[in-house]
Every structure is written in C-alpha cells, then in structure tokens.
Design a protein around this ligand. Structure first.
Ligand SMILES: [Zn+2]
Length: 54
C-alpha cells in the first residue's frame, strides 16, 4: 500500500476494524517516512493469511 502523501510503501497499521457489514476491513496506517496517516479498505476475500477460528 503506497502512502498517498509520499508514494512510499513503508507504513504500519495503527488500527484495524471490520466495517458494519463485516465485508471490508478498515485499516488506519501511518507512513514511516513522512508520518502521514491514511486509511485503507481491504476485502476479507482477498486476505492471504489464514484466520484462526476458535
Ligand atoms: Zn509518506
């Protein structure tokens, strides 16, 4: 995910939560280079990491 401010990909997730319909995950990210903060929306269907189901 590129920073909309400086275009770099070095950023960290500072917050993430499901949207109300539980289809899209909203992530707050902070750029490590310019400290710009932005929000990304990611579909659950596109997640690669396996989810642990308890
Ligand atoms: Zn940046």
């Amino acid at each position: 995910m590129n920073c909309p401010n400086c275009g770099k990909t070095d950023n960290k997730v500072i917050d993430s939560r499901l949207s109300k319909d539980e289809v899209v995950i909203r992530r707050r990210r902070e750029c490590l280079l310019c400290s710009g903060r932005f929000t990304t929306y990611e579909s659950i269907e596109e997640l690669v990491l396996p989810l642990l189901i308890k």
